[in-house]
Structures are given as C-alpha cells and as structure tokens.
Design a protein. Structure first.
Length: 262
C-alpha cells in the first residue's frame, strides 16, 4: 500500500480507486481507517476517482501520540500532494467532517466543493450528545458498549437485515494510546470561528434521528458556512451514508455535479 510522508515525519497510507478524472477525497470517522467507506465507495465511481487515507493512529499509517483535526487535515494535504491533486472535492463524515472543516477553512485552494455528513462544528456552540448516550457507550459488560454503538449507527430494521461485518465501529488494530488521542482530537475540535471563512460550495447532510452526533448540529453548520445547503435524511441515524446510501450517495453526487468547474 502506498505511503506518503507528512512534514512532521509521519508515514500516511493512502488508497485510490476508480478511473474518473474528478477526484473525491473521502474522510472517515473517529478511530476508523479507510475501510469506513468500503460499502459505499463504488457509488462514487464512474466519472470520478476516490481517494482515502488511514489517519495517523489507524490502519497501516504511523501511530504517533500527537493527532488533532488540524493535523489530520495536514495529513490529507500530504496525500493530495503525493497524488499530484491540486484541488479535490471533499466528503467527510462524523470526525471526518470535522477534519474536512479544517481542510476547507485553512487550505481553501485545495478544496473545490465540500460535503459535511453527520458532523459538528465542535466547541461550546455545538450540541453535544446526551448523558444517556455517553453512559451507553461507557458500559463495561462484554459487548454492551459495542451493541449501543451499533444502535446509534443504524436502525434496528437495518441491523436485522445486515448482520455485518460492520466497518464503522472503529479500527480493531489501533493501539490504546492512538484511540485515546483520536477521542481527544475529536473532542477538542472547535471550528466555529473558521466556518465563515469557508468559500467552497458546501452541502451539509445529517440523519434526523442521529443521537451520536445530534442532528441539531447540521443547521448550525449550514447557517455558519456562507451559502451552504442543508439536507436532513428522515429517520436516519449516524451512519446515514451507509444505511441510507440510496438517498445519500446520489444526493452528494448531484450536489458535486452542480458545482461548476473552475
């Protein structure tokens, strides 16, 4: 698997699929590697290629004790540089949406169009998950926290029809220090002051029944980013991009198609 080196000396693994000329960078959720996108990645192929990478701390990338959403954005820049991509469409979900905010705000020349899925601006302006949700994810009984996360990601009907494997529950190969640092990176994200400076055309997508990252964050982002569009997926939970792919993937592709080429 190809790697590139970041300016601070971290090896980042990246993956390219598809043959299309229009590049789309896909960024995964917290403590996940590129396999987050496995079930839906082909939806975007045809007239475009997709790029993913393993965040520092995940997959076969290096695992230093030093991540943040701003550093993850620099890792994305290193991947774009390695592939010779000057500007890409960027689609980030969950923590990947937080990284995408940093990328679009701090490196506007590298982002043609932006899609933010099931994510949050972070900081004091964000709507946090409830204490009940936090307690469900902190259960110590074997399998209880995993089941709670599954039910926050997907509806019961979808889980009954799709027994797995599930690619959105975290990278099982992550060392403990990397998992802790990913949590800190996501929790410390605060892009509120950066959002008005995002110039890329932006689509915000969120499931109405998302309790892991409450749906109330979606209008906050859409109102804060100039000209952003908002689409709520009725009845969808956190992994709307997978369970509701029949809606979400065409929605993203249609939006990207409407953005004029430079």
């Amino acid at each position: 698997m190809p790697h590139t080196m970041t300016p601070d000396g971290i090896g980042i693994a990246y993956q390219v699929r598809g043959e299309g000329a229009a590049p789309l960078l896909l960024m995964a959720g917290q403590s996940n590697n590129h396999h987050w996108w496995d079930s839906v990645r082909d939806d975007f192929h045809g007239d475009r290629s997709t790029m993913t990478f393993d965040y520092r701390g995940t997959g076969v990338s290096d695992k230093p004790d030093m991540p943040s959403t701003e550093l993850f954005a620099l890792d994305a820049i290193a991947v774009l540089d390695a592939l010779g991509v000057e500007r890409a469409d960027v689609y980030g979900t969950s923590m990947g949406g937080r990284v995408a905010q940093q990328l679009a705000a701090r490196h506007p020349d590298r982002v043609r169009a932006l899609v933010l899925g099931c994510t949050s601006p972070g900081g004091p302006h964000a709507v946090e998950r409830t204490n009940d949700v936090r307690r469900s994810l902190a259960q110590t009984q074997p399998g209880a926290a995993r089941q709670a996360l599954l039910e926050l990601m997907y509806t019961p009907a979808w889980l009954a029809a799709n027994p797995g494997p599930y690619r959105t529950l975290g990278d099982p190969g992550m060392p403990a220090h990397a998992r802790r640092r990913h949590l800190v990176a996501s929790n410390e994200h605060d892009a509120w002051q950066l959002l008005p400076g995002i110039g890329a055309p932006t689509l915000v997508v969120h499931g109405t029944d998302d309790l892991l990252n409450p749906a109330a964050n979606a209008p906050l982002l859409a109102d804060r980013i100039p000209g952003a569009r908002l689409h709520l997926v009725p009845g969808a939970r956190h992994a709307h991009f997978e369970e509701n792919r029949a809606v979400a993937s065409p929605l993203v592709l249609d939006f990207l198609t409407t953005v004029p080429l430079p």
